[in-house]
Design a protein around this ligand. Structure first.
Ligand code: FES
Length: 100
């Protein structure tokens, strides 16, 4: 089941924001006209990625600098070695909806 989290106009291109779906904290990102949703906890030491820097398709952890590909959740730079969860996103009726 997809849960609507915000209107598409609420998140500018190149920006990210923290949303919650069913108690799960998620970083929602808007890149190149698409929306991507990944778990907000870094797989290294559980730091929140809410304040992480988004550059292109990569979200950088603010604590030790691990980098994650928001398209897949894959870890792209140490010190993390494990991926983070990625969630399916659907745009419907002008709303961004996430399946957790
Ligand atoms: S907690 Fe994210 S890189 Fe260490």
């Amino acid at each position: 089941m997809y849960t609507p989290v915000m209107s598409i106009a609420s998140l500018a291109e190149g920006e990210s924001t923290l949303v919650r779906v069913g108690g799960v904290e998620i970083v929602l990102c808007h890149v190149d006209g698409q929306f991507y949703a990944v778990n907000a906890r870094c797989s290294h030491a559980q730091q929140s990625l809410a304040a992480g820097r988004l550059r292109g398709y990569y979200l950088t952890c603010p604590l030790h600098g691990a980098r994650f590909d928001i398209r897949t959740g894959a870890c792209a730079a140490a010190p993390a070695t494990q991926p983070i969860a990625r969630y399916p996103v659907l745009v419907e009726g002008g709303k961004v909806c996430i399946q957790v």
